[in-house]
Design a protein around this ligand. Sequence first.
Ligand code: P6P
Length: 289
Amino acid sequence: MTVSDPVVESVVATISRSATEITQGLIGRRGAVDEENPSGETQMEADVWADELLGERLAAIDGVGQYASEERPEAIDCGEDPDSSDAYAVAVDPLDGSSNLKSNNAMGTIFGVYDAALPAPGEDLIAAGYVLYGPITTMVIATEETVSEYEMTGGERRLIERDVTLPDEPVVYGFGGRVPDWPADFESYAREIENELKLRYGGAMIADVNQVLTYGGVFAYPSLESSPEGKLRLQFEGNPIGYIVERAGGRSSNGDESLLSVEPDALHDRTPVHVGNADLIDRLEETLE
Ligand code: P6P
């Protein structure tokens, strides 16, 4: 099933065709490099390599005016005037959860296609998705029309679910950070949830969110006492995942409002991220002072 917008379809096809190459390219690139990303996190060889591979290919697409990545300080202009009304901006987290490489656990690639120059609010997203490098490589793509899921084989994507929708009854939860670092109001919320749902947390947002999309529930990387803005990046993680979950019938929140309505100040702004079934997000917002 192709995406109706031809530029978005080119972005999606480029990422899906790169997926197999990326999984193969992880081999031999599991070490750290002596560099930090703009968020101050040590980069893995694979982070840098995946970003270079995707950046080159996505920046070459007609209709893409900007390429921005969690691994690069600034967005790069791609020929089209990024401020023109018909140029899209692509924001990518090339390897979300790359710290899982050492333990060979799931990770993925997140992307968002904005119809505005970056930084931009999630309301300017027209598509978002992720590739999940799990036992099977799968891809989830959300557009204004629907959320669909694919299995990746031989560089092509095979539709396995046309209309991904959050199950009504929540089953799983996953919360990032450490209990001593949670604000008291989030800890109180977590205590309620852990008595109702099953813990599923693997340290890569995509894999944890994919479980929420599959079984129903809530994923959060909340505000922390040590870092009130939390850990996750709005442009590259919060907005795309918030867009996907909201299109699948759930809700997203920074604790006060939908992630998609947060106005960014800078490209690498962090945000508390809470996504999942609407009633669980409602309860969260009622609990957080
Ligand atoms: P922690 C991966 O580094 C990431 O950005 C997200 O994918 C994930 O949800 C979070 O950080 C994991 O953070 O503190 O549990 O290692």
